[in-house]
Design a protein around this ligand. Structure first.
Ligand code: GRF
Length: 219
């Protein structure tokens, strides 16, 4: 039996994080297979990226379902059928029901463009600038029933420069995302990272509440 990690990636848009994961798996020979890419948007550019990489794709359009739960059940059925062990949310712009989150607890990860717990929700770059923060970045975290609130696995941190604008920050944070998401997937695939009900263990040590932090000074 193959011991390669099987993942599903869920997207709604450009899919640059999906691309970074595809590239890292190919370049770094991470023992991981993307079994399925799901999009709730038929025209998401990420679907094209998946097709170029010969990945299986599925469009599940949320507007065709009567309610959140029935959409979530369809997504769950597709993931289960694909045999994915870990579900990677990469710019998936839907909030899941408690049923979904509880069904995939400890196997559901997300990337958020801020140093959580700061700036949950939207417009994180603008809010970080307005607040006069010294640092900004991105976080990979487990998904729980509270928005952007699950245990943090890895944060990529940059220093906000005096000449940074919302656009430049967004750009820089995106580059950080493209490093930290593949890193977490590599850790999972090589079993360096173990997620259990009670803790997140990296290299045999339980992570603290902000997870592991990597500084990216030259981004
Ligand atoms: C990223 O900024 C991610 O942090 C957020 O959604 C965006 C997705 O970008 N959750 P892309 O589709 O991967 O380019």
């Amino acid at each position: 039996m193959s011991d390669r990690l099987k993942i599903a990636v869920l997207i709604s848009g450009s899919g640059s994080n999906l691309q970074a994961i595809i590239d890292a798996i190919q370049k770094n020979d991470i023992p991981c297979d993307i079994q399925l890419v799901v999009s709730n948007q038929a025209f998401a550019y990420g679907l094209k990226r998946a097709e170029y990489a010969n990945l299986k794709t599925k469009i599940i359009d949320h507007t065709t379902f009567p309610d959140r739960l029935s959409f979530d059940q369809a997504v769950g059925a597709a993931i289960d059928q694909a045999g994915a062990e870990v579900i990677v949310l990469a710019g998936f712009m839907r909030i899941f029901s408690n049923w979904f989150v509880n069904s995939y607890r400890d196997r559901l990860i997300n990337i958020h463009p801020s140093l959580l717990p700061k700036f949950k929700g939207l417009e994180t770059h603008k809010r970080a600038l307005s607040a006069g923060e010294a640092y900004h970045g991105a976080s990979v975290h487990l998904v729980t029933t509270e928005l952007d609130d699950g245990p943090i696995i890895l944060q990529g941190r940059i220093t906000i420069q005096p000449n940074d604008t919302v656009d430049s920050l967004e750009n820089r944070v995106h580059k950080v995302e493209h490093k930290i998401y593949p890193t977490v997937i590599q850790w999972l695939a090589t079993r360096r990272l173990i997620i259990t009900k009670s803790s997140i263990i990296l290299d045999h040590q339980a992570l603290t509440t902000i997870g592991k932090v990597i500084d990216y000074e030259n981004i």
